[in-house]
Design a protein around this ligand. Structure first.
Ligand code: SF4
Length: 372
């Protein structure tokens, strides 16, 4: 296939669903890791297209959702300081901290700006040499190369007023946590294609071998995901547990050498706290000491802020594949995009936001949403 609309073709989708239906002889629980994949699955009604044997659970691949409450509170603390220009991706503004969010900081007069790239923040720093400019670097391995580039460029230009609040997390340690849990129901994994485009898929091959779970690197269009599910079901029904690459138009075994070289220059692996899940060893990035002058937690002495997660939000259980958003008593009532209790309801990659946006909390549609 060559064009994007071919990856949304209803006829191909139905043929893949029929292939899955013909192959599946028993129930299988499959997890898509990335929140972008979750949104495609809900938007195109893939659960309604699949046979009843296939249950999809949603993984931890939403970086905004796993950013701990304390990093949001640190961001609010820094953004509230007089003179600071705080630059963030838009979906972080509504993510609730323990008492407020960045949107309220902006409404109260704070200089909080939305950007589409960390290089926008570098440009703002260049144009405002007298003011501290902080970029909120949230993300998985996917966004790490651009964030590394921004810090590298700021050092090259001696932009002493630029810094970065880093909340980078890594996918494989979280997958190891899920698959290693005695209560894990996950029998097959759709690995995140964009992460693998940067990092390659060797880490996922190792996970597949370690836990004897089939893994298919998948893309983000409905045909990508249906094909990845078909490949997983083929493996499961034939007793195989291997790594396969459905997203071969973007992903190679070793990923992008140039991106990884730059990330390694700027970042080092560290332990990270995951929202609602807790600490996971060696599961994130922080700036290397050589780039300490660009580390906002050190520049603003904000690293000490620690808070408790709200007990009502079960988003962590959703991201571990144990529950669905509709299992949350607050879903769609006390927790909505207008009045969120958890990050998963407002992130563009959150599972709760996907269920809410595509109305899976109401009766299922009479027919698939895959366009005819
Ligand atoms: S509906 Fe809201 S409170 Fe419930 S799990 Fe989702 S984000 Fe958390």
């Amino acid at each position: 296939m060559k064009y994007l609309d071919e990856y949304r073709d209803a006829g191909i989708a139905r043929a893949l669903a029929a292939r899955i239906r013909a192959r599946a002889t028993r129930p299988w629980v499959l997890m898509e890791i990335c929140g972008g994949q979750t949104h495609t699955i809900m938007r195109y009604g893939l659960p309604e297209l699949l046979p009843a044997e296939i249950e999809l659970v949603h993984g931890p691949g939403c970086p905004v959702c796993v950013a701990p409450l304390e990093i949001v509170d640190r961001a609010i603390d820094i953004a509230s300081r007089p003179g600071v220009i705080f630059v963030s991706y838009g979906d972080m503004l509504r993510v609730p901290g323990s008492h407020s969010d960045l949107f309220h900081v902006k409404a109260a007069g704070g200089d909080v700006r939305i950007a589409y790239s960390p290089m926008d923040a570098v440009k703002i720093a260049r144009e405002n040499p007298g003011l501290p400019v902080v970029f909120f670097a949230i993300g998985f391995e996917t966004t790490a190369p651009a964030n590394a580039m921004a810090v590298w460029q700021a050092r090259r230009e001696n932009l002493a007023n630029f810094s970065m609040l880093v909340s980078h997390v890594l996918v494989p340690p979280a997958i190891r946590l899920i698959l290693g849990s005695p209560s894990s129901r996950v029998e097959g994994l759709i690995a995140p294609g964009h992460v693998c485009a940067v990092m390659g898929f060797e880490e996922y091959q190792a996970l597949s071998e370690e836990f004897h779970v089939p893994v298919v690197v998948g893309g983000f269009e409905p045909i990508d995901l249906l094909e990845a599910i078909a490949m997983l079901v083929d493996q499961l029904e034939s007793g195989r547990a291997e790594l396969e690459n459905q997203y071969s138009r973007s992903v190679t075994r070793t990923g992008s050498a140039a991106a990884r070289k730059l990330m390694d220059e700027v970042f080092e692996v560290t332990d990270r706290q995951w929202r609602g899940i807790g600490p996971i060893p060696a599961s994130g990035y922080r700036l290397r000491d050589a780039y300490a002058a660009f580390d906002a937690e050190r520049v603003f002495s904000a690293g000490h802020i620690r808070v408790e997660e709200p007990p009502e939000c079960i988003a962590a259980q959703v991201m571990l594949g144990r529950k669905k958003p509709v299992d949350c008593p607050a879903f769609g009532t006390r927790c909505t995009p207008q009045s969120p209790m958890g990050a998963s309801m407002v992130s563009s990659e959150g599972a709760c936001a996907a269920y809410y946006a595509y109305r899976r909390h109401t009766a299922p549609p009479a027919s698939s949403e895959v366009p005819a």
